[in-house]
Design a protein around this ligand. Structure first.
Ligand code: GTP
Ligand code: MG
Length: 310
């Protein structure tokens, strides 16, 4: 996709006016009316008509045949979580070309599952891996190399090699997080990345957009972010695992009143949405909440010193 500055008649000052008014990319301009842009930016209507026309030409509509889709689906790979029960819940493991979300309270095991997948994706195929590398987006500074090393050893892998195959990014705010993902593309092409972990997807967004007024802005940015992840999952045949926090749902009087952050935008973003909570000792209960083809149900797994197991 072209930059705003690539459109004819758009210099740096005009680009800035557009961005300040929320027209951040060519896609948004293509779907806006020239009159609305003129009103929101103060730019002349003729220029606005021209850039909308140019932007529309830039947008390519991908058409694929059902057969191509069928072929693509056949390339799907599965990563074992380490627990047979948890794999079953997810239809056989964490699939490429799909997005898995784990949400739950603190210490429920969301990050641990992310670490375990980062190790397991490197296993040979007959051991439940994809012999692939990992991009780990660590937004809360909770990535623990020593824990990864421990999990690697218990899988019979060389911890140093495993850690070398995990590229860790630590964005400091939601803008950096969005940009980091947008800039990943070159890396996904060059390296055999089979898993992207975002732990957590929502914490920066939650901190950066406080108050009612900024909520729609937040949702728009979150939408764009998740859309990029979805695109990568399909284009590069990789799996995306992200974690999410919960908040209290004040409208809920009985039962478990926690709901995931992210509202509508995240409600349908993940292919598999799993609510995880702590049980006794090492036990964890995972419930598949929203899946197109699998029933809602619960399984129990464990987090031990060796990692995620049954
Ligand atoms: P937040 O990020 O705080 O929302 O929580 P989380 O859901 O990411 O929790 P996390 O995955 O960090 O799980 C932490 C829990 O995993 C701990 O309370 C322990 O029960 C377990 N755990 C973490 N590290 C180890 C370890 O080295 N050995 C064992 N046996 N358990 C561990
Ligand atoms: Mg965590």
């Amino acid at each position: 996709m072209k930059e705003l500055e690539d459109l004819k008649g758009v210099g740096p000052a005009t680009a800035q006016k557009l961005r300040e008014a929320g027209y951040e990319n060519v896609e948004i301009i293509a779907t806006s009316s020239p009159y609305e842009i003129a009103e929101n930016t103060g730019l002349p209507i003729e220029l606005c008509k021209s850039i909308v026309e140019q932007a529309k030409e830039e947008i390519k509509i991908d058409v694929v045949s059902g057969y191509e889709l069928y072929k693509t689906r056949q390339n799907i790979g599965k990563i074992t979580t380490g627990s047979q029960k948890l794999n079953e819940l997810l239809g056989g493991g964490v699939e490429t070309q799909s997005i898995v979300e784990f949400y739950g309270k603190f210490s429920s095991g969301k990050s641990q599952v992310g670490f375990q997948l980062s190790v397991n994706v490197q296993l040979p195929k007959d051991k439940g891996g994809l012999e692939g590398k990992v991009v780990f987006i660590d937004t809360e500074s909770t990535f623990r190399p020593d824990r990864i090393a421990e999990m690697a050893k218990s899988k019979g892998l060389d911890p140093d090699e495993v850690l070398k195959n995990i590229f860790v990014i630590k964005p400091q705010n939601s803008e950096e997080q969005i940009l980091a993902v947008e800039k990943l593309e070159y890396m996904l092409k060059d390296e055999n990345i089979k898993l992207i972990v975002v732990d957590s997807l929502t914490s920066h967004f939650r901190a950066d957009f406080i108050g009612r007024g900024s909520l729609s802005d937040r949702q728009q940015k979150l939408n764009r972010h998740i859309h990029n992840l979805q695109r990568y999952a399909e284009k590069y045949n990789l799996a995306v695992y992200f974690t999410n926090q919960v908040m209290e749902n004040p409208g809920m009087m009985f039962g478990d009143s926690t709901i995931p952050i992210g509202g509508n935008v995240l409600a349908h973003a993940a292919t598999y949405r799993v609510y995880v909570r702590k049980g006794k000792d090492e036990k964890r209960i995972a419930r598949l909440v929203d899946s197109p083809n699998l029933p809602e149900r619960e399984v129990v797994f464990r987090i031990t010193s060796a990692g995620v197991t049954d």
